[in-house]
Design a protein. Structure first.
Ligand SMILES: [Zn+2]
Length: 261
């Protein structure tokens, strides 16, 4: 099983090597901003590397939004990041499921997802596969609870999207980790990547605060790290830790997952 980490975007290959990772994930631009990615001097090295590469889209991107001033720039940002991700040889571009605002119908957000992917297809298709990631919070999310995820997949499955399962988001979002791989695959038919994270918050808390697997908060209701390892085993997909602690913390989490394969 290929195991790795989400690292800083300055020098992902060096960061991955320092963590003894097989897989590396990073942003191509400020995750809180709308700037297009810049050309990377290490693009060729990344492409040529044996490392599996995944790119995470900025958090501001929300393809479900009913607000034109978010939805339209989100489509543009998606196209820019999919193009830039291809230049570094990425296997996937991770995009959060997104949400509509309080009081709005999630069905409208799901239809906005479909329209975004239809438009991208009409323009020749995206050069990197979009991996939709489940999210932790909000009552109006497209991919927090799996009943909504099933509706989302009915709308977008035909566009060849993949799925990224985040264990912290599932736990905090109110989906139990036991048998989760089977429940996801019954909906999506696939898991392309696992975000193997602990959670600093309890089940169904709606909070998105990642924790390590090795020095986890052991208060009642937190994730049992063995459950995270079981998800990685069952998924049969590459796994990335998006955990705190830099080289030391993430290396320990990677080693834990490897020891539990
Ligand atoms: Zn994640």
């Amino acid at each position: 099983m290929l195991i790795g980490a989400h690292v800083d975007y300055e020098d992902p290959l060096a960061e991955a090597t320092a963590r003894n990772a097989d897989v590396v994930q990073f942003f191509l631009a400020d995750p809180q901003g709308w700037k297009a990615p810049e050309t990377r001097p290490d693009a060729e090295a990344l492409r040529a590397s044996a490392m599996e590469i995944f790119v995470h889209a900025p958090y501001v991107l929300n393809l479900a939004s009913t607000n034109n001033r978010i939805r339209i720039p989100s489509r543009k940002l998606l196209a820019q990041h999919a193009a830039a991700a291809a230049t570094v040889g990425a296997r996937g571009l991770i995009v959060h499921g997104g949400h509509v605002n309080k009081g709005e119908d999630v069905a409208v957000g799901i239809d906005n997802w479909r329209k975004a992917l239809q438009q991208a297809q009409d323009k020749g298709g995206l050069p990197t596969r979009v991996l939709i990631e489940n999210t932790a919070g909000g009552d109006n999310a497209c991919a927090r609870r799996f009943d909504e995820l099933a509706r989302l997949w009915d709308a977008v499955g035909e566009f060849g999207v993949g799925f990224c399962l985040d264990t912290c988001h599932a736990h905090a979002g109110g989906e139990k980790l036991l048998d989760i791989v089977d429940r996801v695959k019954a909906i999506t038919g696939r898991i392309d990547l696992v975000h193997a994270n602990g959670s600093r918050d309890g089940f169904d808390s709606g909070r998105d605060r990642h924790d390590n697997l090795t020095v986890m908060n052991d208060e009642p209701g937190m994730i049992d790290p063995e459950l995270v390892a079981a998800v990685v085993r069952a998924a049969g997909a590459p796994a990335v830790v998006e955990t705190p602690g830099g080289v030391e913390g993430q290396s320990a989490d990677i080693a834990y997952l490897r020891a539990h394969q």
